[in-house]
Design a protein around this ligand. Structure first.
Ligand code: SF4
Length: 72
């Protein structure tokens, strides 16, 4: 789950709060809600949170959860 920082600007419908911390919501399979399940691309790539940028999310790291859950 990606925690949001002060400067992050993501659609509010993707946001959930856990213990007072704003995060990107996850789907039932653990994938980020911003990851399009059909294309497996980040739908907010240009405005993705700083944490995603710092850890080079948006490529295989985001898709790996989907690939792992499909194989299970
Ligand atoms: S880069 Fe990945 S984790 Fe970050 S918002 Fe996009 S789909 Fe979600």
């Amino acid at each position: 789950m990606v925690e949001l920082r002060a400067g992050d600007r993501v659609p509010e419908e993707f946001v959930v709060e856990h213990d007072g911390v704003r995060c990107l919501e996850q789907r039932g399979n653990g994938a980020c809600v911003a990851l399009d399940p059909a294309t497996q691309l980040c739908t907010i790539y240009e405005t993705r949170p700083q944490t995603c940028r710092d850890f080079n999310r948006g490529e295989i790291l985001c898709r790996r959860i989907l690939l792992t859950t499909r194989a299970a």
